[in-house]
Ligand binder design. Structure first.
Ligand SMILES: Cc1cc2nc3c(=O)[nH]c(=O)nc-3n(C[C@H](O)[C@H](O)[C@H](O)COP(=O)(O)OP(=O)(O)OC[C@H]3O[C@@H](n4cnc5c(N)ncnc54)[C@H](O)[C@@H]3O)c2cc1C
Length: 394
């Protein structure tokens, strides 16, 4: 399929990574991103285990990621009087290497820029698969035809909605919401991450090692599914404030920084289960195909999936390639994703007893070692095909 035009929706992780590999094999990728410009700041994501690191190395971005790594830090959970009840080691949240998602996107975009057309501030409004090609219209009114279209547009994927069916069929709410925003580093924080849990609620703050004047707030709360407008940030800030009401420690102080926050991340903790990752000439990758909001190693899975999907497309027709891609990755992706099912409960257990039990069991060094080992094993339980001969034959 070399030389074909591929439209990718989404310029975060899976999109630019796939664009890089497709360009490497001689495809002509276009990436369309709904945000008007590349995002800055935001939360950090990590990579762990051999499979993630091998793909980053083969792609030639591992060193660049290391140059921008956030460093990671131990996470301390304190009670309402500020006494430390649990300390998690750096590798628990930070993996082998951790980087802001926005910095990762920039590295991937720059790495693919020579062979990729990037379009910001637009979105696909309709897709018609004619069998020989996909006719695409954009919100801007533009109409173009592509050989393939890939949705790399996250948990609430636009491409999935247009070509596979409504979101309710594929995305399940796991009973929690998560939010993050930046704030000036509080004087009491130090070089660490501190958080407090009350039944069904967690709020924490961690210093930004790349810019120590700033810190990141990170909160989780239990809630049935909420109705809100995705672009109404004030409404989301109100929901977060309500979700954390009544918490002790320094939580009111953290919440008081919310009105001034310029960029807010807010989403449900959910997972996407799509029975088939492709239909005709349209495919899905990353969180759009098999995401968990967090705790499901979605960044590493997206990078591995980009490597495999491009490699398979480079060596066969799209039908065979989509089938092989899914056969190679489905079990691996599902096992990684399942970690996300526990994230809400981990941060915000439902009762005082459940919080005590979490703190007690996670303080056990042997148990922690076993958990880290299990996570690493899941993250690398995939056979990565070697596509080097494909690129050599290009
Ligand atoms: C707080 C938090 C911490 C996390 N930490 C980790 C971690 O440590 N390790 C880890 O592996 N994962 C982590 N994750 C999960 C990780 O962020 C995702 O798995 C990963 O970003 C998935 O990449 P993606 O490219 O598939 O989707 P996304 O990163 O969600 O990107 C989707 C892109 O599509 C764009 N888009 C949306 N709609 C449209 C449209 N209509 N048209 C065009 N573009 C569109 C979006 O703007 C976005 O740029 C974390 C998530 C959260 C919320």
């Amino acid at each position: 399929m070399s030389g074909k035009n591929v439209l990718i929706s989404g310029a975060s992780v899976a999109g630019p990574a796939l664009a890089y590999w497709l360009g490497h094999y001689g495809f002509r990728p276009t990436v369309v991103e709904v945000a008007p410009a590349p995002r800055e700041g935001g939360y950090a994501v990590d990579f762990r285990g051999e499979a993630h690191l091998t793909v980053l190395e083969r792609m030639g971005v591992l060193e660049k990621i290391r140059e921008r790594q956030t460093g990671g830090m131990p996470s301390r959970f304190v009670d309402k009087r500020g006494r430390v009840r649990l300390e998690l080691p750096i590798e628990f949240a930070g993996g082998a290497v951790e980087i802001r998602r926005s910095d990762l996107s920039t590295i991937l975009r720059e790495h693919s820029a020579n062979t990729t057309e990037y379009v910001f501030g637009d979105s696909i409004s309709s897709l018609t698969d004619t069998g020989d090609a996909v006719e695409v219209t954009f919100e801007s009114g533009l109409e173009r035809t592509f050989d393939l279209v890939i949705g790399a547009d996250g948990l609430h994927s636009n491409v999935r909605g247009l070509a596979f069916g409504p979101e309710e069929r594929f995305v399940s709410h796991l009973g929690y919401y998560v939010a993050g925003w930046e704030l000036p580093t509080p004087s009491w924080l130090g070089e660490t991450s501190l958080g407090h849990t009350a039944p069904g609620k967690y709020a924490g703050v961690g210093i930004d090692h790349l810019d120590p004047a700033m810190a990141g707030a990170y909160v989780v709360f239990a809630s049935p599914e909420l109705t809100y407008h995705r672009r109404d940030v004030d409404q989301q800030k109100r929901l977060i404030t309500e979700g954390l009401a009544g918490m002790g420690w320094r939580v009111p102080e953290i919440v008081a920084t919310l009105p001034a926050a310029e960029q807010l991340y807010f989403d449900s903790i959910s997972r996407a289960d799509v029975p088939s990752w492709s239909t005709g000439r349209i495919g899905l990758i990353g969180d759009a195909a098999c995401g968990a909001t967090l705790g499901g190693m979605g960044t590493g899975t997206a990078m591995v999936a980009a490597y495999v999907l491009a490699g398979e497309l480079a060596r066969s027709d799209h039908r065979t390639a989509f089938t092989r891609y899914e056969d190679l990755l489905r079990d691996f992706a599902t096992a990684c994703q399942q970690g996300g099912d526990r994230t809400g409960r981990f941060f915000a257990p439902s009762s005082a007893f459940a919080i005590w039990l979490r703190d007690k069991s996670m303080s056990n060094k042997l148990l922690m070692k076993l958990m880290l080992k299990a996570g690493e094993e899941i993250s690398q339980n995939v056979s990565l095909p070697d596509y080097r001969s494909v690129s050599a034959a290009r």
